[in-house]
Design a protein around this ligand. Structure first.
Ligand SMILES: [Zn+2]
Length: 154
């Protein structure tokens, strides 16, 4: 057994997480799974064009670890493109660097992860309503709790 990997810090979760080749019947469709941190590594390096040192810093991991995650993400992407597989982006070991919130009156704001752990927001900073919710699904961690009053199922 390997030890528990550290959480990789991620700024962004893609809005679309499933890609399917056209014209392949579902029964014949093979799927490759890309983790959220692999997608983030590809985003930082190949889309934002940052150097590996900067990417590793942003994800709060060592440069060799970043290189390994990037390579794995690229190999899976290449495999899907060239071998006609579907891609599903999900899972992994990550924490979001910020969380987005929205109140019932439509105000949105972001809270950095560090602040989130210490004191999750309870009121909208603009209109002070306690009717707030996270915009993106979040992964409950130890001590973070789900102390959002007036949560709704959207
Ligand atoms: Zn508000």
């Amino acid at each position: 057994m390997s030890r528990q990997p550290l959480l990789r810090r991620v700024d962004y979760i893609p809005g679309i997480t499933f890609f399917k080749p056209a014209g392949v019947p579902l029964a014949q469709l093979k799927e490759t799974r890309i983790s959220i941190e692999e997608a983030e590594a590809i985003r930082l390096k190949d889309l934002e064009g940052l150097d590996q040192e900067k990417c590793a810093q942003k994800m709060n991991i060592s440069r060799p670890t970043f290189a390994r995650i990037l390579l794995s993400g690229r190999q899976k992407t290449a495999d899907a493109l060239l071998n006609g597989k579907a891609i599903r982006i999900e899972g992994g070991n990550y924490e979001l660097s910020k969380r987005s919130f929205r109140c019932g009156n439509g105000h949105e704001w972001e809270v950095p992860f560090e602040e989130m752990v210490k004191a999750p927001p309870e009121l909208c900073p603009t209109c002070s309503t306690p009717d707030i919710m996270t915009v993106r699904p979040w992964r409950p961690g130890p001590g973070s709790g789900r102390r959002l009053r007036g949560r709704r199922n959207w």
